[in-house]
Design a protein around this ligand. Structure first.
Ligand code: MRU
Length: 346
């Protein structure tokens, strides 16, 4: 199984996603500020993976800087979690993971430094294992939505790399493949950072699942010619009404799918659902640097003085979503009701 992140010898080790598919390099982060930098520069990316990285980063920061009185420990947890929370604004998993670390710290009120550090690491490792388990369950549940021999269009990378392992949207493709349903994947290349062609295609090739890379602008024409059976994407944050933030370019895909009568599915663990965010309008959308748009792999593709806009995510309104697949069930309209019911005992 592809492992995107792990804890080894008191370092957080990540598969460098910036280097794929050319090179498979594992980079160690020896302190939490290196984890912050890795999240920011997208050495690690994908909502669930970012959450796990943040939890491990918080545990690492505590281990390195937390030794001292309980007050000092508390200040350290607050400071480290604050810095990790400031890395990327959109993925709900990041904030939920840090809340869990803080909650675990509160439960360690009577413990010494060593046991507290061990508890925070255990919490982070638990999140990693939980995420893999959730993805496998989602795979089992979602598999039934992938008819035998169908062509699945996906955007960005919602695979093992973007999670603890196995993947959300690509986990469902994997499960369908394992069940002998012979799915085929169309991977949008996903400008500007090409997560679709670099990462999704890499994962599918490794798995032996047929994959065809297309430019983002080819999706509509393929749908019009009947070559796409369903669209399956991940999510960075799902609001209480079902509006879903995902990689920029997801919203136009949902509109196209609607126009062509093709089901549009979102797959995400419940850690991506944020009922404190009422609608998509309330989801903070990260705007990244202009250079990502004005260059490809470091080479200029526009005049250097040109301006660029680079919103990293967009919001798909819930009315365009056929179903949301979670590890606790498949949700359908009315999403405001099905989401609240699902999350009541979360
Ligand atoms: O900017 P990224 O690469 O972190 O964006 C990732 C996505 O938009 C994914 O589709 C989403 O996080 C789901 S990952 C299971």
């Amino acid at each position: 199984m592809i492992r995107t992140i792990d804890w080894q010898d008191d370092s957080v080790v990540m598969l460098d996603q910036k280097a794929l598919p050319e090179r498979e390099i594992y980079v160690p982060c020896r302190d939490y500020d290196e984890v912050c930098a890795a999240i920011r520069d997208m050495t690690i990316r994908g909502a669930p993976a970012i959450g796990i990285a943040a939890a491990m980063g918080a545990a690492l920061g505590f281990l390195r800087h937390g030794r001292g009185s309980k007050d000092h420990q508390r200040e350290t947890v607050e400071r480290v979690c604050g810095e990790l929370a400031a890395t990327r604004p959109t993925a709900a998993n990041l904030f939920r993971a840090l809340e869990r670390v803080k909650e675990r710290f509160r439960k360690c009120a009577e413990d010494d430094f060593e046991s507290t550090a061990a508890a925070l690491k255990e919490e982070a490792m638990h999140m990693l294992e939980e995420d893999i388990k959730a993805n496998r369950v989602m795979g089992r549940l979602g598999c039934g939505l992938v008819p035998p021999g169908s062509a699945v269009l996906t955007h960005c990378n919602a695979g093992a790399l973007a999670t603890g392992g196995y993947g959300t949207a690509l986990g469902i493709v994997r499960a369908a493949h394992e069940a002998g349903r012979n799915p085929r994947v169309f991977a949008d290349e996903t400008r500007p950072l090409l997560q679709g062609s670099r990462l999704t295609a890499w994962e599918m090739v490794k798995e032996g699942i047929p994959v065809t890379v297309i430019t983002d602008s080819a999706a509509g024409s393929l749908m019009a010619s009947g070559e796409v059976d369903l669209v399956l994407v991940g999510a960075d944050r799902i609001a209480a009404n079902g509006d879903t933030a995902n990689k920029i370019g997801t919203y136009p895909l949902a509109l196209l799918a609607h126009e062509h009568g093709i089901p549009f599915y979102v797959a995400a663990p419940t850690s991506t659902i944020d009922t404190a965010t009422s609608t998509g309008k309330d989801i903070p959308i990260e705007e990244r640097g202009a250079l990502e748009v004005l260059t490809i792999a470091g080479r200029p593709t526009a005049p250097a003085v040109a301006k660029a806009r680079n919103p990293a995510f967009d919001v798909t309104p819930h009315r365009l979503i056929t179903a949301i697949i979670t590890e606790r069930g498949i949700l359908r309209e009315p999403f405001d009701r099905s989401i609240v019911e699902l999350m009541e005992n979360y």
